[in-house]
Design a protein around this ligand. Structure first.
Ligand SMILES: [Zn+2]
Length: 185
C-alpha cells in the first residue's frame, strides 16, 4: 500500500526510520531521537455539485494540477470544519457562489493517492457567481454542454455522470465508487 516517505521528524528534525511500532501492525515513520510516531491517514476532499435549474456550476482551474481543466468546486477539508462546511467554503472560494447544501450525494475512494472525496448536492440561492482566485472561469452547464473531454478529475466525471443520470430518472440516490489508479494520459 502506498505510503509517502518521511525522512525527517516534523517535531525535532532528526532522522526517522520506517518501523512497525510495538503493538501496531504496519510500518510507520518513527523518530530516532524523540520517538514520535508519524501517523499518516487519507485526506478528505469535500465539494459541491451546485445546481441552478437543469444546469450545474463548473470552475476552470487556475492552479496546478490540471490547470485549465474544468472541475466542480472542491478542496481539502480544513481542521475544525465539517465536510458540509468544507464543501460550501470551497464553493464560495472557487466560484464565489452561495449555495444551500442538499445532502451528501457521492463518496469516492482513491486508495492509490490516499484521498476520499465527499460530494454534496447543493442549490445556488441565485444565479450569481464569479471566478475565485483559484479559477480562470466559472459558468453553468446543461448536460449537453459539459466539457467531458476537459474535466480535471475522474471524480468529477463520475459525479456529473451520476448526477445527470439521476436527474433524468427523477430521483437522486446516494452514489459511491472506488477509483483505481488511472492509466497514463
Ligand atoms: Zn523527533
Amino acid at each position: 500500500m502506498p505510503r509517502p516517505l518521511m525522512k525527517y521528524c516534523p517535531q525535532c528534525g532528526n532522522k526517522t526510520e520506517p518501523i512497525i511500532p510495538e503493538g501496531d501492525n504496519r510500518v510507520r515513520d518513527v523518530c530516532d531521537s524523540c520517538d514520535l510516531i508519524h501517523y499518516q491517514n487519507p485526506r478528505i476532499i469535500a465539494g459541491c455539485i451546485p445546481a441552478w435549474d437543469d444546469k450545474v456550476l463548473l470552475c476552470k482551474r487556475a492552479i496546478h494540477p490540471r490547470k485549465g481543466f474544468w472541475t466542480l468546486p472542491a478542496g481539502f477539508m480544513e481542521l475544525g470544519e465539517t465536510t458540509e462546511q468544507a464543501a460550501l467554503r470551497e464553493t464560495l472560494e472557487e466560484a464565489e457562489a452561495v449555495v444551500q447544501a442538499q445532502g451528501l450525494y457521492a463518496v469516492f475512494n482513491l486508495p492509490h493517492i490516499n484521498q476520499v472525496y465527499m460530494m454534496y448536492r447543493s442549490a445556488l440561492l441565485k444565479p450569481e457567481f464569479s471566478s475565485g482566485i483559484e479559477s480562470l472561469e466559472v459558468r453553468l452547464f446543461a448536460e449537453h454542454e459539459i466539457p467531458w473531454g476537459s474535466l480535471a478529475f475522474e471524480t468529477m466525471r463520475l459525479s456529473l455522470e451520476y448526477y445527470f443520470q439521476d436527474m433524468k430518472a427523477g430521483a437522486f440516490k446516494f452514489r459511491s465508487a472506488d477509483i483505481e489508479k488511472p492509466l497514463f494520459r
